[in-house]
Design a protein around this ligand. Structure first.
Ligand SMILES: NC(=O)c1ccc[n+]([C@@H]2O[C@H](COP(=O)([O-])OP(=O)(O)OC[C@H]3O[C@@H](n4cnc5c(N)ncnc54)[C@H](O)[C@@H]3O)[C@@H](O)[C@H]2O)c1
Length: 366
């Protein structure tokens, strides 16, 4: 298979971790006989410095003409410390999502057994938890009418959803459930909010087309509690932009570290794959960032954008095997980790890439 992949390293540790994601994709191409052609584009602080624009036209053109995007993160302390700056790195991210029509954010929450102890939740509650979130990305309170009135004494943001926005992401969630445990939990606040009542009615309508999938509706407050109390009871979770923003961060604790979680943002065209973490200024340049979220994002890219399931599973197996052998980056190491098994970013990328080669050479008679 010949495909074009655009790497958007962005800022901070984005550059360090996407280099590892790319390395693993190159290894997959070599081992499975694919041709991946890579190119690069700038976004965020880097792009502002070089062009004055957080998402330059040249970048957008490249992204519209590629088969998949591997993204790092955007952000720089300069902007975090000065909220009055008008041109900001995250504007590049929001514009990119809108321009590419990336309306569904998929976030798999899966805990590797080897990291059970790294989570703040008890291992017996966590073991076997495997959740796939579908968070709507282009509607809701983030995009509704907002403003100030009464001489600045009052502020408002409007929570708004249209039927088509709920339908298109609901179909994606139900289809995904059919490849998993056939269950969708739709999360809303339909006892109070009108937009949630529309959300629930549309999901109920869409559910009729998937009779093999069990659907349950849960209020967001109950869902927040149940995620921690019994994470194993969830399969696919479907929710709006605001509730999804909060619940996915809560659920990231199930996986132990920010450095472990990958995500995919998809619409009807090109898909974008990125770690859930940011540019992490506190560790930038130290060579200690955990590249596993970027590598697992590359695994999602292979599966979702290219339909290469075996290749994707090979990457996940390589991560599993590496953790089983005791290798850790600093963020997921604990007092039982031998010092020589604590690896820097680049070495961890090399170990996983090497593991991909070992797994495929063992399976060479496949
Ligand atoms: N999608 C994005 O581009 C995105 C998302 C979140 C935050 N940000 C931006 O990133 C910057 C920093 O934000 P923040 O500190 O709130 O969030 P962050 O995710 O960058 O970091 C939070 C904490 O987790 C640690 N961490 C994050 N990723 C890690 C990894 N791969 N390995 C080891 N440790 C890791 C960091 O060192 C830090 O202590 C800000 O400018 C923010 O706007 C960008």
């Amino acid at each position: 298979m010949k495909k074009k992949i655009t790497i958007l390293p962005g800022d901070g540790i984005g550059k360090e971790v996407t280099a590892c994601g790319k390395k693993v994709l190159e290894q997959i191409a070599e081992c499975f006989g694919h041709e991946f052609v890579f190119d690069y584009a700038v976004i965020g602080h880097d792009a502002i410095e070089s062009t004055g624009d957080p998402l330059p036209e040249e970048t957008l053109t490249k992204l519209k003409n590629t088969d998949a995007i591997l993204f790092g993160a955007v952000g720089h302390p300069k902007y975090d410390n000065d909220p009055t700056l008008k041109v900001r790195p995250e504007q590049g991210l929001l514009k990119m999502r809108k321009e590419l029509g990336l309306y569904a954010n998929l976030r798999p929450i899966k805990l590797f057994d080897e990291l059970l102890e790294a989570s703040s939740i008890k291992p017996e509650i966590l073991r076997g938890a495997d959740i796939l979130f579908f968070r709507e990305l282009t509607g809701d309170v983030y995009f509704g009418e907002r403003g100030r009135k009464n001489n600045n004494e009052t502020a408002y943001d409007t929570m708004i959803y249209s039927k088509f926005e709920v339908e298109r992401i609901a179909h994606k969630a139900f289809k995904a459930a059919q490849t998993r445990k056939n269950k969708v939990t739709s999360v809303d606040k339909a006892n109070v909010l009108e937009s949630s009542r529309l959300w629930r009615a549309v999901v109920q309508e869409v559910a009729k087309e998937y009779p093999d999938v069990t659907v349950e509706h849960m209020f967001v407050d109950a869902a927040a509690m149940k995620l921690i109390q019994n994470p194993r009871s969830f399969d696919v979770v479907l929710t709006g932009n605001l509730f999804g923003d909060i619940l996915t961060d809560e659920a990231s604790q199930i996986a132990g570290s920010m450095g472990m979680l990958a995500s995919a943002s998809v619409g009807d065209k090109v898909g974008l794959y990125e770690p859930i973490h940011g540019s992490a200024h506190d560790i930038t340049g130290k060579g200690i960032a955990n590249p596993l979220a970027s590598i697992l994002s590359a695994a999602l890219l292979l599966d979702i954008s290219f339909g290469l399931k075996e290749e994707s599973e090979t990457v996940i197996k390589a991560v599993e095997k590496t953790l089983q052998e005791g290798y850790r980056t600093k963020d997921i190491a604990d007092s039982s980790t031998a010092l020589e098994k604590i690896l820097g970013t680049e070495v961890m990328g090399n170990v996983i890439s090497n593991q991909v080669r070992i797994i495929t050479s063992i399976d060479v008679n496949r």
